[in-house]
Design a protein around this ligand. Sequence first.
Ligand code: HEC
Ligand code: HEC
Ligand code: HEC
Ligand code: HEC
Length: 221
Amino acid sequence: MSVLVLLASAAGWGSVVYAGIATTKHNLSVVGLGAVKSIDETEICIFCHTPHRAIKNDNIPLWNHNLSTAGNYGVYTSPTFDGVTTVQDLGGTDATTAAVSNLCLSCHDGTVAINALNNPSNANQNGNPTMGGTNADGTLPDGTSRLGTDLTDDHPVNFIFDAALFAVDNSLNDPATLTEVVLFNGTVQCASCHDPHNSVNPAFLRVSNTGSALCLRCHNK
Ligand code: HEC
Ligand code: HEC
Ligand code: HEC
Ligand code: HEC
């Protein structure tokens, strides 16, 4: 019995091993595994964070990637969308108004070079990292990861998901009891569904979407 318990515990630990960002496409350093990576930058976090001289506002974590200046991403609409009164356009970004979704869009709208950093690493004598294998202008390659600057055809983001929205839409789960998916200052952002460091689930999802489990965290369908 004790052997079984021990084995069960070991399996439990094994199933929650979190290898981390190093084994994902978000490792953009020289040892990165994806098609997009640097030929001279050995640090991983530097493409997104810096310990000093970060792009500062109170919504974003020590951010180091130059933000997009795209003017207007548009807002999602539909006849049944109840978040419509609180949804906010993410465009016209400057550092003081950036939301968490603007961090993703700083690479994924395809307008800013992947290597455009606010504060390059001290170790890299070339300044901003030199990239290999990207578009000529250094932006995210064409493909499904390049969302572009029109978000009206994407799951809505940057809107408040609170008790009031829960009260008018009975097909949502209570935002106070969500697990693993997260709200940022009470709002749905790209990183509500994605964890950019997650190496366990495909597409950096916070919850595997097998059986649409991710969707069912918020939608009671
Ligand atoms: C490709 C971009 C990217 C890279 C590379 C990256 N991060 Fe992040 N990180 C983000 C984004 C976006 C957020 C905000 C969204 C969130 O909290 O998930 C964030 C949030 C964080 C946070 C605050 C929230 C939390 O999860 O605790 C910490 C701490 C952090 N990152 C540490 C790191 C470290 C350490 C590394 C390198 C090993 C790293 N990150 C690499 C994009 C990145
Ligand atoms: C973090 C919570 C969360 C997750 C996870 C989530 N959603 Fe949503 N979603 C919402 C909220 C909140 C709304 C706004 C609902 C409303 O106002 O009608 C919404 C809106 C939508 C809408 C538009 C509804 C309309 O009336 O126009 C659809 C469709 C939708 N989600 C599908 C999905 C699918 C499919 C998934 C999984 C891939 C998913 N959602 C994951 C929170 C979430
Ligand atoms: C510093 C630039 C950068 C930032 C910031 C960034 N990404 Fe990425 N992301 C990339 C690159 C590069 C790829 C690989 C693209 C390719 O191979 O075509 C990628 C790939 C992805 C993929 C596809 C993964 C796969 O397995 O195909 C997803 C999903 C993704 N990112 C989500 C996000 C989200 C969500 C955020 C914000 C929370 C974010 N990224 C922030 C650069 C970035
Ligand atoms: C409601 C949950 C949800 C939100 C919010 C969300 N995503 Fe996703 N995203 C997903 C799911 C689920 C997939 C995987 C789709 C699949 O496997 O078919 C995905 C896939 C992706 C991909 C890979 C390309 C693709 O089409 O499969 C990228 C890049 C990406 N998301 C970036 C973002 C960015 C940037 C934002 C914010 C503007 C965002 N996501 C907001 C759920 C979400």
